[in-house]
Each structure stands twice: as C-alpha cells, then as structure tokens.
Design a binder for this molecule. Structure first.
Ligand code: HEM
Length: 228
C-alpha cells in the first residue's frame, strides 16, 4: 500500500535519488573536463594540477568511493524506475507517440551504459595504461612521476582512441542536457513562462562541456599541442 512505502520505494523517491547521484557524477565530470583544459596552458599547469589531485590519498579515495557509490545508485534507480514504468503499463503502446520528450530523453538508456563502458576504457587508457596505444606516456621520470601532459597527448594521437572520446562527449552532452532539464523539473523549476530559459541553460551548459571535452582530442590530432 502506498502509505506503507518507504520514500525510495516511490517513483518520486527513485527519481530524486537518480537526480542527486546524477548531480554528483556530473559535478565530477564537469570539474574534471574543465580541469583538463589546462592542457592548453602547457605541461607545468596540467602536471601540477594532476600532482595536486594525486597528492592527498584520503581525499582521492573519498572522491573515488563517493563516485563509485553514486554510479551504482544511479544505475540501480534507473533500472527500478524503468521496471516500475513497465509494470504500470504492461502493454506496449500500439503506436509510440513521444510526448514532451526529446531525442536526448529517448537516448538516455543507450547513453548511460555506453558512458559506463567508456569510463572502464578511459581508466584502462589514462589511469592504468592497459589500453594505451603509446606506452611512452607511462614512462615515469627520475622521481617516479608520470608526465600526465605527455600521456594525454600520446593517448589522443591515436585516431581511434580520440574517436571514442569525441563520440562519448556527444553522448555526454545529450545525457547532460536531458539530465539538467529533468533535474530542474524535479526541484520544481517548471513553469511554461520560464521553460525556454530552462531549456536554453541546459543546452548551453551541455554544449559548453561537450565542446570543451572534444577540443582536447581534436587539438592533439591537429597538432596544436605536442609532447614536450
Ligand atoms: C577529453 C576528456 C577527458 C580527458 C582528457 C581525461 C583525462 C584523464 C586523465 C589524464 C586521468 C588520469 C589522471 C591521473 O592519473 O592523474 C583521468 C582519470 C579519470 N577520468 Fe578522465 N578525462 C576525460 C573525460 C572523462 C569523462 C567524460 C569521465 C566520466 C564520464 C572521466 C572519468 C574519469 C575518472 C573516474 C578518472 C579516475 C580518477 C581517479 O583516479 O580517481 N573522464 N582522466
């Protein structure tokens, strides 16, 4: 019975959990991508930033654990919301009519798992080096430190690797656009008079982040940034 349900058993509860965990995940992605733009400032800037992030073990591990827990909760709540929707309407619509929905909304399900797979590839690419086309990016200097600046450039000099990032950035843009739009709706920012502002904000923000992410592999492929 509805009044015996815990908050997370309700559809709204799951959506709130999805929005909150989505916010944490995208908070990380936005800061991470904007931080990586320091590639354009040169090796010192990016390497210092990377060293700063690596320096504090407890902070690094707290971020990793919060992120991993958020990703897990985000996936579980997405699956549960979908199952609940299916149960509420066991018969499929004879004709699918998309109301108040967008291409971005309909591709959320495709985007999520692909972004998840990308993260696994990305960690094997830039963090562990298992999928790195040029192992030179992982040769530590005399202090045992890896030159992250060179590592990123060697990584993106591979057209296939860069292609994977560019494709994922487009999906991230769509996912971020729809996520921002729904999140604003969940917190009550839904008024016909102001919805065009909500849309404009979500579009601009998603475009900014996707373009920032795409600019990194593209600049390397064009030879605008080169290893030191
Ligand atoms: C063009 C875009 C990106 C670039 C250049 C980039 C670059 C990097 C680099 C160089 C590292 C390793 C840092 C180090 O070892 O010090 C890293 C780690 C990581 N990246 Fe990215 N990244 C990008 C996009 C993304 C995206 C879109 C996501 C998530 C959807 C993501 C998630 C992560 C995670 C989870 C780590 C591991 C952090 C940790 O060690 O705890 N990255 N990234």
């Amino acid at each position: 019975m509805a009044n015996n349900m815990t908050f997370l058993e309700t559809s709204v509860g799951k959506k709130v959990l999805m929005a909150a965990t989505g916010f944490i995940i995208f908070g990380f992605v936005v800061v991470h991508i904007l931080g990586n733009l320091q590639l354009f400032l040169g090796p010192e800037a990016l390497n210092q930033y990377a060293a700063f992030l690596q320096a504090s073990g407890p902070i690094k591990w707290t971020v990793r654990i919060v992120l991993a827990a958020s990703v897990l909760a985000h996936i579980v709540s997405a699956v549960m919301v979908t199952l609940q929707n299916w149960r509420a309407r066991p018969q499929k619509y004879a004709v699918k009519r998309y109301q108040e929905t967008t291409y971005a909304a309909r591709t959320m399900w495709l985007g999520g798992p692909i972004i998840g797979l990308f993260v696994v590839y990305h960690l094997l690419h830039f963090t562990t080096g298992h999928c790195h086309p040029v192992k030179a990016g992982f040769i530590p200097d005399s202090n045992g430190v890896i030159n992250v600046y060179n590592n990123v450039i060697f990584g993106f000099q591979d057209t296939v690797a860069s292609g994977v990032y560019i494709f994922t950035m487009v999906l991230i843009g769509l996912h971020l656009y729809h996520g921002l739009w729904s999140m604003m709706q969940s917190v009550g920012l839904n008024h016909p008079k102001y919805n065009h502002w909500r849309k404009a904000f979500a579009v601009l923000f998603a475009l900014l982040i996707a373009t920032a992410g795409i600019s990194l592999p593209v600049s390397v492929l064009l030879g605008l940034v080169t290893p030191v």
